[in-house]
Design a binder for this molecule. Structure first.
Ligand code: ZN
Length: 115
């Protein structure tokens, strides 16, 4: 995975403030060791690169517009993030600069989610 500058990580965590998947998909957030943690435990969170156009390039550049906050379980263990690229791209489209969409707007994406 591409390195994410600390400032960018800070901005993305400040925007999302939780495991984004926790609003869309009922699950228990877990770290890389399988330990349960709250969906708002930001130091445990991973940033997932979401490509703007899946056909182009190898990996999305490390800017907030291409990154979402996820726990390790949603990001990697469960493969939820891989199944739900369109949902995560839509989430990023709904962000207004460094402002996250409203919880209601995020909930409206639930119908797009693959469990
Ligand atoms: Zn989670």
């Amino acid at each position: 995975m591409a390195d994410i500058p600390p400032r960018v990580r800070h901005d993305v965590l400040a925007r999302d403030r939780r495991c984004v998947a926790s609003i869309l998909w009922p699950h228990v957030c877990r770290d890389a060791f399988g330990n349960v943690h709250p969906p708002t435990h930001l130091t445990k969170m991973e940033l997932d690169h979401v490509r703007e156009n899946p056909a182009m390039g190898e990996t999305a550049t490390s800017i907030p517009e291409h990154l979402v906050t996820l726990c390790h379980f949603a990001h990697q263990t469960s493969h939820w993030a891989t199944r739900n690229r369109p949902v995560l791209r839509r989430y990023l489209d709904l962000c207004d600069g460094l402002r996250a969409p409203s919880v209601a707007a995020i909930r409206s994406l639930r119908r797009m989610v693959w469990p």
